[in-house]
Design a protein around this ligand. Structure first.
Ligand code: FAD
Length: 289
């Protein structure tokens, strides 16, 4: 955040433990690997609010409860149609499309349909015999169709599974909970919240959609996501690079996409290395190697 805003992430966005010390993976043979790399533990609601406030502070007009429903490339500009209380269309020199995993505008522009993984996680009161300062990822195929995880936010035990087939969510979640009970002494006292969402199913080679003409894609819309659903840093960095590519080529759209591609090449290489590592740990991810 120092790089993007010249200031650290404020304390009100973080939860306990404030610093996550890294990841502990359990591979498909049940062996564990500990990777130490510190990161902030935040609540997305507060963190995203802070991001929106920072954007507003720097002069951006933030419009809430409004969807971009269409985007069209014209000669020398792009039109975007918005739908809120009313529907209206505006023009822009460029559009940075960072609408996340669903990517409905991207789909309309490119015809590319992202493959999806379904996520299901619960927030609970209770106890467990695991180091709560680490994010724990489980790659055994009997526990999920992708990965399963445990972490802690403000004393809440977060337990989740991800699947390719949404109908199998409950089955895998129950398998995972039973595994955590047996192997790590999980005791759930109270279920506080259930959270269902999606993430892109990253394909071999980690293909990225950089954009079309004057529309640049960033974050998950472009295809950026590291293993174990780690995508915030890639979302921020790719959005920053897209912005810088636009600023440097405001009247040269033919250069903007190339410059964007160059600027995110290190990020893309990092992503490929991360997926390669996971490929070596479990059959589910072997194709990513
Ligand atoms: C269960 C789960 C846990 C995760 N945990 C972590 C984690 O611990 N660490 C981590 O780094 N990542 C995590 N991720 C991944 C991370 O959430 C995403 O990779 C990241 O948020 C992607 O950022 P983004 O900006 O591309 O998209 P998003 O954060 O999804 O933002 C897209 C925004 O665009 C808005 N939008 C969508 N369509 C339109 C439209 N048509 N018009 C207007 N607005 C629109 C959406 O409402 C949303 O606000 C997790 C993901 C899941 C599902």
């Amino acid at each position: 955040m120092q790089k993007y805003y010249g200031e650290p992430v404020p304390e009100f966005t973080t939860c306990i433990p404030e610093i996550n010390k890294g990841m502990v993976f359990t591979d498909d043979g049940g062996q564990t690997f500990r990777f130490e790399q510190t990161g902030l533990n935040v609540w997305r609601s507060s963190f995203d609010k802070w991001l929106a406030d920072k954007a507003a502070e720097s002069g951006t007009e933030v419009r809430d409860c409004i969807s971009a429903v269409a985007c069209e490339e014209k000669e020398g500009f792009v039109t975007v149609t918005f739908r809120g209380k009313e529907t209206y269309t505006e023009q822009a020199k460029y559009v940075i499309d960072c609408e996340g995993v669903i990517g409905s505008l991207k789909k309309k522009l490119t015809g590319h349909d992202s493959k999806l993984i379904h996520t299901y996680q619960t927030f609970n009161l209770g106890s467990i015999d695991l180091d709560y300062q680490f994010f724990h990822a489980y790659l055994q195929p009997e526990l999920s169709e992708y990965d399963a995880w445990f972490n802690v936010k403000d004393n809440q035990l977060v337990l989740g599974v991800s699947v390719r087939d949404a109908d199998k969510t409950q089955y895998y979640y129950e398998q995972f909970i039973e595994y955590m009970r047996k192997n790590h002494g999980l005791r759930i006292e109270k279920l506080l919240k259930v959270d269902k969402w999606l993430m892109p199913h990253i394909q071999p080679g980690c293909p990225i959609d950089y954009g079309v003409g004057r529309v640049l894609f960033a974050g998950e819309t472009a295809g950026f996501l590291n293993p174990m659903g780690e995508g915030i840093s890639a979302g921020m960095e790719s959005g920053y690079c897209a912005g810088m590519a636009v600023v440097g080529n405001i009247d040269n759209p033919e250069n903007a996409l190339d410059e964007y591609r160059n600027k995110v090449s290190d990020l893309h290489d990092y992503m490929k290395r991360q997926w390669n590592l996971v490929a070596s740990m479990a059959e589910t991810f072997r194709e990513m190697g």
